[in-house]
Ligand binder design. Structure first.
Ligand code: AQP
Length: 343
């Protein structure tokens, strides 16, 4: 069957948003709202898979919503809401917990990274996280999900869950008169020069909210001075920039900074190297800092203004939740019948 093209994505309110979240996800959400039905969620239920102080969670939830809007997402066009206001996410996640296999969850590299050696002691929610993520996406029968490269494995698992549900319940789906492909096999949208932004301190580690070093990331609320200082101090090798893309291989820090420049300038890495190849860091870093400040500082101002206006932000989230809830309830009604729950 052909599904209505629909885009869904979400970000956890689990700390300070950073340049990786912006370039890998939020910036790419914006143009899609003009070509697709779009649903952008603040996934607060995912955030509590690791401990969050309730007041911090409220603040961070509003901050992610503010970032969406400050980046250019129009909440009248796109649906913007926080996950916990649409209870069907939790309901479908439970059904998917009974579809997915435990072994699938243990194989997730994000779980292995986050649980580390402590895997017996982390929350059950952290293990089941990808099942809730599948519910987020499939509740809206989303056909495309723009994400950073780190989420690719979770997207593959979403596809596996959709396929297994469609298969396990094939007879019941047919008996309800529904299409055999009840859930779509969602496509990840992972593209551009910034699918995985790396730490400014270590080009082999992902830029991340949970990195203990504030110097490792550019936060979306950093002021111009902080942005410039962090770029100036970013770890690099002593060589000048190469003239060609091949020259970036084996130079993760250089590759990362060129990728950041390319993404912010809406250019390819090759075009950036055509301009800066052969030049040293003393030329490139100030140019990158100027570009980053020019793009990020106005957004940070707008985010601060929006976050301070909690009445407006909360009203946007409530309105989004109502619109999302109407779609979610349609899907859940079908799922309840397919599974055999009496209503
Ligand atoms: N470094 C990154 N480069 C490109 N994209 C990134 N994303 C995250 N980090 C990078 C993308 O941002 C979206 C939201 O991510 P999330 O908040 O749901 O979870 P995450 O991927 O676990 O983000 P963090 O910042 O790394 O958080 P912690 O430290 O809590 O794990 C996703 O589309 C993600 O791909």
């Amino acid at each position: 069957m052909s599904f209505t093209p629909r885009v869904f994505s979400g970000i956890q309110p689990s700390g300070d948003l950073h340049l990786g979240n912006y370039l890998g996800a939020i910036r790419r959400f914006v143009p899609l709202q003009h070509t697709h039905e779009t649903i952008y969620c603040v996934v607060d239920m995912h955030a509590i898979t690791v401990w969050q102080e309730p007041e911090d969670l409220r603040r961070a939830t509003r901050e992610v919503a503010a970032a969406y809007i400050a980046a250019g997402i129009d909440p009248k066009k796109a649906i913007v809401f926080n996950q916990s206001q649409v209870v069907q996410h939790a309901e479908l996640a439970w059904v998917f917990n009974c579809i997915a296999r435990i072994g699938w969850m243990y194989r997730m590299t994000q779980f292995k990274d986050k649980a580390g050696k402590n895997s017996e002691n982390v929350s059950l929610g952290l293990l089941a996280y990808p099942s809730l993520m599948a519910a987020d996406i499939l509740l809206y029968k989303a056909t495309q999900v723009p994400v950073g490269d780190d989420q690719k494995q979770h997207l593959e698992l979403t596809r596996d869950i959709a396929a297994k549900f469609n298969n396990d319940y094939a007879a019941s789906i047919a008996a309800q008169g529904l299409d055999a492909e009840f859930f779509p096999i969602t496509e990840p949208l992972i593209a551009g020069p910034a699918t995985r932004i790396m730490s400014l301190r270590d080009g082999t580690r992902k830029m991340s909210k949970s990195d203990p070093s504030d110097q490792s990331r550019i936060s979306l609320l950093d002021d111009a001075d902080a942005i410039a200082k962090k770029i100036k101090r970013a770890t690099t090798d002593p060589e000048p920039l190469p003239e060609t893309l091949e020259g970036l291989s084996g130079r993760p820090e250089a590759d990362n900074l060129v990728g950041i420049y390319a993404a912010l300038a809406d250019r390819s890495k090759a075009e950036v190297l055509a301009e800066f190849g052969g030049k040293g860091w003393g030329v490139f870093k100030p140019a990158l800092a100027d570009l980053a400040v020019q793009q990020l500082a106005p957004m940070a101002d707008e985010m601060r203004r929006l976050v301070a206006d909690t009445t407006t932000i909360d009203a946007i989230l409530r309105d989004g939740a109502e619109r999302a809830g109407a779609i979610a309830e349609r899907t859940m009604n079908q799922v309840r019948s397919i599974v055999g729950f009496i209503r």
